[in-house]
Design a protein around this ligand. Structure first.
Ligand code: CMC
Length: 430
């Protein structure tokens, strides 16, 4: 027995087992060997929400939630946000290392070249109801891309995988922008490949009759930084969805569509939309104490606060708070900022939040910036999805090459009835 092991005594049988500890974990399969009798099921772990279960080995993103540290491929998020670009960060996540000048130019060229989508994608999107939520449109249209690129199912071929990764990073802004234009009843704008990734996205969103739409560079930079901050976050709910669906060896468009679906939920990417609605409902600083009391009574949650992993200030929230100043310099201050700042101040001093280590997360301030861009709240999660796409794909890529991975298939604790005798309907209803 080595010291890197766990001794478990099964009090049902009196038997002891040594379970190896590797990388601070034990293998669930080793627990499965612990059984009270030959014909009895082995011991399993009950962990709804995967609160304490590692599902993979990954070298993409490191988080220390206690210290508030986030690194992509070892590089601190603060340095990347300050000095890099979204496409360089996407390269880093996908390839595992920073690009040389030649690699970067080739990468940007590839992504730019693939921003257009098949005309039938446009027709497909135009079929949505006038008030369709853009996340629903994005989820459906990303999934639909799998029918335009049936070769994508050949996930064992590295070149093929690369092609789909480039396509998806390139086309997400096009699909996202068209979902936005659709809700507004405005014509869809084709990509302008003279522009950079983020500037082109803003052009597809806001261009009207002008021959060229060039957004204020400060806004382009701020949105680029927001994309960087959202680019990956290790095994979060949507990445877990991508990996889980991807583990069936389906094509990456279908796997990423599942990720978009998971991100849509208000406890995940939908939180920034919920924050804005909450701030608007609070309305003024005077109403904050009553609102906080309601949260403490369990009536509702303080959206944009709390995180499964961070038990400290979310490092992304710090950067976003700073980015607010740059954006508001161009757009004017969002009046909801005052309420948000006061809410944060009160919450950070309140025993309820202190005790539970609830701090602002990435979504607390991002909605305010997005609103300053004149995005309606429904668009916020679409922006998150565009930023998260390289992360989803980096994780998917890792999955496809990880020999230890299997089809994701959790166990259950069955609580229903057994061995009932079926009585045909005619007899039951007689
Ligand atoms: N407001 C009030 N109480 C909260 C909040 C909140 N935002 N978040 C957690 N708590 C309480 C929760 O009620 C529980 O209290 P108690 O121990 O008395 O039952 C305690 O804190 C622990 O919370 P939990 O629900 O066990 O924590 P979790 O890890 O399961 O949930 C979370 C994490 C992010 C889902 C949750 O904090 C939450 O719902 N926050 C609001 C939604 C939000 O801002 N989501 C964005 C997350 S960051 C972006 C992303 O990754 O998508």
């Amino acid at each position: 027995m080595t010291s890197e092991s766990l001794t478990v005594r099964d009090n049902r049988t009196g038997q002891e087992y040594d379970v190896p500890i590797v990388d601070g974990t034990i293998k669930a399969a080793d627990l499965g060997k612990i059984r009270p009798g030959e014909d009895q099921p082995g011991l399993a772990v009950y962990d709804p929400g995967f609160v304490n279960t590692a599902s993979c080995r990954s070298s993409v993103t490191f988080i220390d939630g206690e210290k508030g540290i986030l690194e992509y491929r070892g590089y601190p998020i603060e340095q990347l946000a300050e000095n890099s670009t979204f496409l360089e960060v996407a390269y880093l996540l996908i390839h595992g290392d920073l690009p040389t000048k030649e690699q970067y130019d080739a990468w940007v060229h590839e992504i730019t070249y693939h921003t257009f989508v098949h005309e039938n994608v446009k027709t497909f999107m135009q079929g949505f109801r006038y008030d369709a939520h853009p996340m629903g449109m994005l989820m459906a249209s990303v999934g639909a891309l799998s029918t335009f690129y049936p070769d994508a199912r050949n996930i064992g071929d590295p070149e093929n995988r690369h092609m789909q990764i480039v396509r998806m990073i390139a086309k997400m802004p096009t699909l996202g922008a068209w979902s936005f234009r659709h809700a507004q009843g405005k014509p869809y704008v084709y990509p302008d490949n003279d522009l950079g990734y983020t500037a082109n996205f803003l052009s597809m969103l806001f261009k009207m009759s002008e021959s060229k739409h060039e957004a204020d560079p400060r806004l382009v930079k701020a949105l680029d930084v927001l994309f960087i901050l959202h680019a990956d976050h290790e095994q979060n709910a949507s990445t877990n969805a991508v990996r889980s669906v991807g583990s069936t060896q389906v094509d990456p468009y279908s796997a990423v569509a599942a990720g978009v679906g998971a991100l849509y939920g208000p406890l995940h990417g939908g939180a920034n939309e919920a924050v804005l609605r909450m701030l608007r409902r609070i309305g003024s600083k005077e109403n904050i104490p009553a609102f906080i009391q309601g949260v403490k009574n369990g009536d509702e949650k303080l959206m944009g606060f709390g995180h499964r992993v961070y038990k400290n200030y979310d490092p992304r929230a710090k950067i976003i708070k700073k980015a607010c100043d740059d954006v508001f310099e161009v757009t004017g201050v969002n009046p909801l900022l005052e309420i948000a700042q006061e809410l944060e101040k009160i919450a950070l001093e309140d025993e309820y939040f202190v005790q539970r280590k609830l701090y602002p997360n990435v979504d607390f301030y991002s909605g305010l910036i997005y609103e300053a861009f004149q995005f309606p709240p429904e668009m916020f999660t679409v922006l998150f999805a565009i930023g998260r796409t390289p992360g989803w794909l980096a994780q998917w890529l890792e999955l496809t090459q990880d020999k230890e991975q299997k089809i994701a298939r959790p166990k259950q604790i069955y609580t229903g009835a057994r061995t009932l005798d079926f009585v045909p309907a005619a007899e039951r209803w007689a």
